[in-house]
Design a protein around this ligand. Structure first.
Ligand code: C5P
Length: 309
């Protein structure tokens, strides 16, 4: 049996370029791994089977559409294993379809767990390449920490960070579809007369003030630099998120933003105590289903000695 712990992410900068001919958008995507995470346990089995526990388990598909199952099959195919056998149990804490890359995290964890269970010893660079085949956010879940993602988010450069930052994540009822949020971003750009193609929209770049704030470990400066080009699209599809963001700001957050494609909202707090107080205020605000205080950056997917109870 092998258990892997894997982090969720928040994008502290999500710069979105125009839509490319292949339908993806070029990004300047600063990923930040947080301690709120899933655990994936691999045990020997027949074929590839899945189970899931956690508050949102009912919303997790247990068929081959799950990135964890696709990861197991992709790794087996890469090594020419004709008849892969594994049962993957997902202990789910990351909000489902929430903009925190929870499905991608499970895909990354499954790659690592199956690699260990099957004794394959796949080089990390190869795991990263397989992860990129599974989805744009999967390589970062292997890498963790803080990293700049270029291309569609899969070309990663680790970034220097000092210290620990404290966050609160407000979980909404139901998820948002990532492709639908990107489409809404394109639609809003067209409506504003900007155009939406890669020829219309300048290539996004990492913000030097944001990189300096991360390197200095300065939460006030990071708060001032947080940006998400998908936020207007997520709020357009889910107008109630405006009230969630406002509730967090009024309760003392240094900054509030939609996490990735949403609908989870992320709030930066000045320290751990402020995060605990802020999460309590958000839970009683009536603007979200629940709120979790957490921190980061933390490492990417890692084998642990035993699953959490
Ligand atoms: O790569 P992944 O399968 O996670 O992407 C899901 C969807 O999100 C894509 O099909 C695309 O619609 C959108 N996307 C995008 N540009 C990116 C990443 C994702 O348009 N850089």
């Amino acid at each position: 049996m092998v258990t892997v712990r894997v982090p969720a992410k928040v994008n502290v900068q999500l710069g979105v370029g125009g839509v490319r001919p292949d339908g993806y958008h070029d990004l300047a995507n600063v990923f930040f791994a947080v301690a709120l995470g899933d655990q994936v346990t691999a045990t020997p089995g027949e074929g590839v089977t899945l189970s899931c526990t956690g508050p949102d388990a009912a919303a997790v598909p247990l068929d081959d559409s799950n990135l964890a199952a696709r990861a197991a099959r992709l790794l087996a195919a890469h090594h020419g294993l004709a008849d892969p056998g594994v049962h993957l149990h997902i202990d789910k804490a990351i909000p489902v379809a929430g903009g925190m890359a929870g499905g991608s995290a499970d895909g990354a964890a499954a790659l690592l767990a199956c690699d260990a269970l099957w004794g394959l010893d796949t080089p990390f660079e190869t795991l990263l390449a397989l992860a990129a085949e599974l989805g744009s956010d999967v390589p970062f879940a292997l890498l963790g920490g803080v990293a700049l993602g270029r291309g569609r988010g899969e070309l990663l450069e680790p970034l220097p960070v000092t210290g620990i930052f404290h966050w609160v994540f407000a979980v909404a009822d139901g998820g948002l579809s990532t492709p639908a949020v990107y489409r809404e971003c394109d639609r809003l750009r067209e409506e504003a007369g900007l155009g939406s193609s890669a020829a219309d929209i300048p290539d996004p770049d990492a913000d030097p003030a944001l990189l300096a704030a991360l390197a200095a470990g300065d939460p006030v400066a990071l708060a001032a630099a947080l940006t998400n080009d998908l936020q207007a699209a997520a709020v357009s599809l889910r107008p109630s998120l405006a009230a969630t963001l406002r509730a967090g700001t009024e309760a003392g957050a240094l900054a509030a933003l939609v996490s990735g494609s949403g609908p989870t909202c992320a709030f930066l707090a000045k320290d751990a105590d402020a995060a605990t107080t802020l999460a309590a205020a958000l839970r009683t605000s009536g603007t979200c289903r629940t709120a979790h205080p957490t921190h980061g950056p933390v490492p990417g997917a890692q084998v642990v000695s035993a699953p959490r109870p």
